[in-house]
Design a protein around this ligand. Structure first.
Ligand code: BGC
Length: 413
């Protein structure tokens, strides 16, 4: 017999994206510089991405037509403040039009103020490695909110300020001293006429962590002081930390260093944004590789949709705050595996709701196949495929499937 799992009436069913990964031509950003230096850590440049900067009216209409009621996207600091202290009203107006288009199509806009990219001038001033730079971010948040706040539905200050710490511990990114001396970093500094170039996440994580914590606090103050009345929080990259026998201490220390120091601050927020893709196993000597026999995604980590339930429970239990799933998804060429992954992840969300945990919504990452940072366009996270030359959008079965879950506000079967 097929079971119907219904979600709360106000549940946000969203899709997510980020400016640099979909807009195209983000030439003033730190990432654009790094994508074009010798020894670039990027497999390919972002280029036109999905040309979402120009195609957002059709894209937003498409998202709404599928059945979703929320769209999480980021506004691009590098466009809004292309030189320090010089704000672009044209860029702000662009994002105002995007917000208006969301409202027109009954999508709640969930706005991220910083999704990894910063203006190149910010990286040239030491970026997140410099504590005083937190105030520069807050000034941008203040100006952006003054222009956009009345149309925002929910705000995320920073996207995954802990992701560098996470991937460093997993061994996917080198330690801070290696990052500091990376040839591409010196080349980028030369390209912008500076003696430093600190772009996130390829920067020293120890100082960046402290700047992020400060930036988040200041950003919340700035956003709350502006127009509009909407929930504000940060989003974290969370994995389900699991210990094999003897690995409990390593697991707890990883949690403390990667998650808890941010969750401590999130206790003062309106919600905590949970972004989960997989699990991480810890042995007595630290992180373990994927377990033999477990399916891997295109990203090389384990297909583990149950991680979402575990991280929601952890974040809600630790902070006592409502949870918004701001990202969850899978990179795969096999769309049937995407549907299976999301179905199992959503069953976990539903179990959390049944246990009384206040989960406000679920945003699938990602609306489009897009620029997956250093890996370029190879990983396919999208519900919608994008032709890299013609920009034609093609719906995958998962787009229709998840759209119908959203429309019914229920997981059937
Ligand atoms: C980031 C996205 C990224 C996704 C998939 C998250 O860490 O917020 O920008 O594309 O994971 O790897």
């Amino acid at each position: 017999m097929s079971e119907t799992r219904t979600f709360p009436p106000s549940f946000w069913w969203g899709v997510a994206g980020a400016a640099h990964q979909v807009e195209g031509g983000n030439v003033n950003s730190d990432s654009w510089v790094l994508e074009h230096v010798p020894d670039s850590p990027f497999a390919e440049p972002s280029g036109d991405a999905c040309d979402h900067y120009h195609r957002y009216p059709q894209d937003i209409a498409l998202i709404a037509s599928l059945g979703f009621n929320a769209y999480r996207f980021s506004i691009e600091w590098a466009r809004i403040e292309p030189e320090e202290g010089e704000f672009s009203y044209a860029a702000l107006e662009h994002y105002r039009r995007m917000l208006a288009a969301c409202h027109e199509h009954h999508l709640t806009p969930i706005v991220t103020y910083h999704h990894f990219t910063s203006p190149r001038w910010f990286a040239a001033k030491g970026g997140w490695e410099v504590l005083d730079n937190a105030a520069r971010f807050a000034r941008y948040c203040d100006r952006a909110t003054a222009h956009l706040g009345d149309l925002i539905g929910a705000a995320c200050t920073l996207n995954e300020p802990n992701v560098g710490l996470l991937i460093q511990r997993m061994g996917y990114m080198p330690p801070d001293d290696v990052l500091l001396n990376a040839p591409y970093r010196r080349a980028a500094a030369r390209a912008v006429g500076s003696d430093t170039f600190a772009a996130f996440p390829n920067c020293r994580q120890a100082p960046a962590r402290d700047t992020f914590l400060q930036a988040h606090r200041l950003a919340v103050e700035a956003i709350k002081a502006g127009p509009g009345d909407f929930p504000v929080g940060m989003t974290l990259a969370m994995v389900d930390h699991q210990a094999v026998p003897g690995g409990e201490a390593a697991r707890d220390s990883a949690r403390r260093a990667i998650d808890d120091i941010f969750l401590d601050v999130a206790r003062a927020d309106d919600f905590i944004g949970v972004q989960t893709y997989s699990r991480m196993r810890h042995g007595p000597d630290g992180p373990l590789p994927p377990e033999d026999g477990v399916e891997l995604t295109q990203m090389g980590y384990e297909f583990w949709p149950e991680a979402l339930e575990a991280t929601i429970r952890y974040a809600a239990g630790y902070t006592g705050r409502p949870v918004l799933v701001t990202e969850n998804g899978i990179g795969t060429e096999d769309d049937t595996r995407r549907i299976e992954y999301v179905r199992r992840a959503l069953a976990g969300v539903h179990r959390c709701l049944q246990d009384g945990i206040d989960v406000r919504g679920y945003c699938y990452w990602s609306v489009f196949d897009n620029f997956e940072w250093s890996l370029g366009y190879r990983p396919k996270f999208g519900l919608i495929a994008v032709d890299r030359v013609t920009q034609t959008r093609t719906l995958k079965p998962s787009a229709e499937w998840l759209g119908s879950v959203a429309r019914q506000n229920a997981l059937v079967g």
